[in-house]
Design a protein around this ligand. Sequence first.
Ligand code: XMP
Length: 521
Amino acid sequence: MEQRLLDLPEDSVVILDFGSQYGHLIARRVRELGVYCWVLPPDTPLAEIRRHRPKGVILSGGPASVYDPGAPRCDPALWSAGLPVLGICYGMQLMVQALGGRVERAERREYGPARLRIQRPGELFAGLGAETGVWMSHGDSVERLPAGFRVLASTPNTPFAAVCDDSGRLFGVQFHPEVSHTERGRDILANFLFRICGCRPTWNMGDFIERAEAAIRRRVGEGRALCALSGGVDSAVAALLVHRAIGDRLTCVFVDTGLLRAGEVEEVRRAFGEELGIPLVVVDARQRFLQALRGVTDPEAKRKVVGETFIRVFEEEARRLEQRLGRIDFLVQGTTYPDVIESGTGGASTIKTHHNVGGLPPDMSFDLLEPIRDLFKDEVREVGRRLGLPAAIVDRQPFPGPGLAIRITGEVTEERLAIVREADRIVREEVERAGLTRSLWQAFAVLTSTRTVGVMGDSRSYGYAVAVRAVTSRDGMTADWARLPYEVLERIAIRIGNEVQGVNRVVYDITPKPPATIEWE
Ligand code: XMP
């Protein structure tokens, strides 16, 4: 909380996250409806919840059973706090159990679509009609309601599919209103937010930009700020917001590690330096990274070498800039809300280690400026679009901090970097040409250390095998290989074979995560 840049939004709700696979989805739906929300750990004390001044609380689903030892619980004071509460799935079962009802382990999980019959629409189902399709995903079920509760709706398998207490403040739904398979899920959440909690839809990116700008100006005063651009959307949008607020007192540094994708340095130089007019220093550190990586083959060792080299290069550049410009007070970080949630504290600030600026020496004491720490990725993208960031950067797929170094198995050399960079360019071009870029989490090439026999013209070749990796994913934590059309795969294979020197074989990686990771190293 102390790290907050912006004032608390007037109308917000708190989501207690019980570990649901759909946890972040609830938050995104609520935000899309124009209401700000916080995602807090399940056991957050009521006093801490109140500090956020929410107009209501949503309890997410979760993988646990309320009967498991150590199952996550919320502060029992919440039930009588007078705040509207909507329990979803596990959240509903917790509410029912805590207030004296009974939850039973079901023999079979209920998973999939179901028809919801609405007996009492009340506020929650206002405007929905008598029947609608919902999405179920639960093991346990409510068997008996606590005193003072009644049924609002049921499905053929689930008599207590939606319930409410007599005060009209505590609601529970067994289905998932946040997933798109629940036909009127958005309306149900809207009813909770607007009719029951009394929120107004005050959260939108236009206002956010205005408020962020004013807040950054207040915080930085006459000071200076420095931002390490990574080429990705988060640091770019963070830099744009700060530049809007303090103009040329922000300097951006982009380190050319030589481990970047084809065209990336030029793109950043063009977008930031030329089109957006932001002071930009591009540091050519290619040789330095190559030297540091010489002979290093272990994946973790590579990451470490890249991270440490990055810090040293950035530090030297920062000192140079301070000599030229005077003291630099702030370091801009592209921390986003999922990073904040993952840090587990709901508020503490952690430097993104994969941005590789976590290890600056203690005498380089910058204050952190994190202008997008309240935003989800889609919100970051929208802010970027509104601020004129080119689509190529706004819609960019994730790219790991250690760059191409972890997409080459074995030693990183100039020659091998050139091969993987070319192959990667072809993969991305063909995926883009097929209109598939946005539907994929990532698509890229990996240079394996395997060399195989091939034939070209009349002669035998002995070249590298390149692996193509394309995955779909919601958050990078799990992933599935993308069913790319054969024609796209074919074009990729032919072009790599023809255009990339030293490669005579292309294979497609069809492993999901788990057991594999998305990157090869
Ligand atoms: P893995 O390979 O662990 O990757 O399945 C999951 C997602 O994270 C990205 N990734 C990284 N991003 N620094 C980053 O900024 C890293 O060191 C790093 N390693 C993996 C990866 O590209 C994928 O999207």
